[in-house]
Unconditional design. Structure first.
Ligand code: TGC
Ligand code: FAD
Length: 390
């Protein structure tokens, strides 16, 4: 059996176009050839495999839905989802790099930027020649980004930027950062900050037990002079960064299922080969219960994200629907990873198998882009009309 066959219990493949399947097989082959053989080593060493950037660009993982004229792949949202799913079967950290680049850096430049900004940055971001990061979270403002204290003050043809961002994926190596800061009237504004601007530094965050193959860092701004031309002119308020999060959360809803599928597939395979008490452990009811529940949850989630993809391609997906899918996919993926790890017994804690790495990675995925609790409260607010955040 092909090591990369994905569960498709409800023939969901029939809902995909030939183009979707082609994109999937290209991405799957690339992950199989380039990511899987090396990722465990990079994760063990806590090093970002920067040599994968070019390939990510080539398979269309950077800005899949950005139009071709700006260097994007011009694909629909199902294709974007499939790409994230295949990449995260390899590793959530590599999918993070793609999510940040496409949804959190290219998307705001495309949606909120000037024509000059689009032409200057997007084509190079699409190939990975330029890499970007997204600075919203601060040391004292994570779930509540509206409280941010990073700020800009007008000075001639520049703004002076001060403050700090924390937990920023890709920060240590990014060439540019999309940064959110408050102006003098307290409105949140977005801008592109370039590496090399005086007073801008990106110290790396060490000692992570999760997303070890992804580089995380801080963004520190000490009187950084940002040209006015680098500001996004037409977007103000929290809806600017949250609009980008809708894009990335959508990708994660598909991506986390990739990690779940890899864990399920590994546990299923192992259960048929591992003999205890004279028979394969897959023959014991307790192990079958785990596998049956895994494939049930994967199937339900596949249908949810497929439908969300259709709505998103038709521009009809609400932020609340995206929250539900992000939360559900990550929750079931974590659950599947934990159960799959147990099914491998002692082997499950080693780097011989991908499960423990997925499990640890998913602890970040369940936290970033809105925690499990925050997405539940978004659903709660939507169905009751009552806001638990205020
Ligand atoms: P609230 O008063 O509800 O809303 C303020 C304004 O924002 C609008 N809005 C949205 N717009 C677009 N999309 C959404 N999802 C939106 N949600 C809200 C809202 O309509 C309003 O607009 P306006 O015109 O009235 O001003 O805001 P709040 O301060 O009460 O906060 C709401 C809350 C808690 C849901 C939100 O702040 C939130 O989602 N918090 C979680 C923070 C988060 O997700 N951070 C992620 C940081 S980036 C990251 O983690 C990248 S990891 C990448 C990787 O490595 O893959
Ligand atoms: P807090 O907001 O302090 O939350 C702590 C706990 O309190 C959580 O369990 C939360 O659910 C709960 N809580 C908070 N508010 C409420 C409430 N109202 N009701 C009930 N419970 C509540 N950010 C970026 O801007 N860019 C990035 O690229 C980026 N990459 C990241 C990469 C990694 C590896 C990680 C771990 C994080 C990254 N983040 C990034 C930050 C991430 O978005 C935040 O960690 C996340 O939003 C949560 O914020 P916090 O860590 O400050 O937790």
């Amino acid at each position: 059996k092909d090591l990369y066959e994905a569960p498709d219990y409800y023939l969901i493949d029939e809902l995909l176009s030939e183009e979707h399947k082609l994109i999937r097989s290209t991405a799957r082959d690339w992950v199989k050839k380039e990511v899987s053989p090396v990722i465990e080593d990079f994760a063990q060493r806590a090093e970002f495999p920067s040599h994968l950037i070019k390939g990510l660009g080539e398979i269309g993982a950077f800005g899949p839905t950005i139009p071709l004229e700006y260097g994007g792949a011009g694909l629909d949202y199902i294709a974007y989802g499939i790409l994230m799913q295949e990449i995260e079967r390899g590793d959530s950290g590599i999918r993070s790099t793609a999510s940040v680049q496409g949804s959190l850096v290219m998307y705001p430049i495309y949606a909120y930027g000037t024509e000059e900004q689009k032409k200057k940055y997007l084509p190079k971001l699409a190939t990975g020649e330029l890499m970007g990061c997204f600075g919203l979270t601060e040391p004292d403002h994570g779930s509540n980004p509206g409280g941010m204290v990073t700020n800009i003050k007008e000075q001639g043809d520049h703004y002076i930027l001060n403050g700090a961002k924390m937990w920023i994926s890709n920060a240590p190596f990014a060439d540019i950062a999309v940064v959110w800061a408050k102006d003098e009237s307290g409105k949140i504004r977005g801008m592109v900050v370039e590496r090399g601007m005086e007073g801008f530094s990106t110290p790396e965050t060490h000692n992570k037990w999760s997303l070890r193959a992804s580089a995380t860092g801080e963004l520190v701004f000490d009187n950084v002079k940002v040209p006015k031309a680098n500001l996004f002119p037409d977007i103000q308020g929290l809806k600017g960064p949250l609009g980008c999060l809708n894009q990335a959360r959508y990708g994660i809803a598909w991506g986390a299922l990739g990690a779940a599928m890899d864990c399920y597939d590994t546990a299923l395979r192992y259960s048929k080969e591992r003999i205890q008490f004279g028979k394969p452990i897959g023959g014991f009811q307790l192990q079958q219960k785990k596998l049956a529940e895994m494939v049930t949850e994967i199937t339900k989630a596949q249908l949810l994200v497929w439908r969300l993809g259709v709505l998103k391609s038709e521009n009809r997906a609400s932020a609340e629907q995206i929250s539900m899918a992000k939360r559900n996919s990550v929750e079931i993926a974590l659950d599947i990873a934990r159960n799959a790890r147990q099914m491998l017994g002692g082997m499950g804690i080693t780097g011989e198998y991908s499960i423990m790495r997925h499990m640890m990675n998913l602890e970040s995925v369940v936290t970033y882009e809105g925690t499990h609790d925050i997405h539940l409260l978004i659903t709660g607010m939507d169905v009751t009309g009552l806001n638990a955040f205020k």
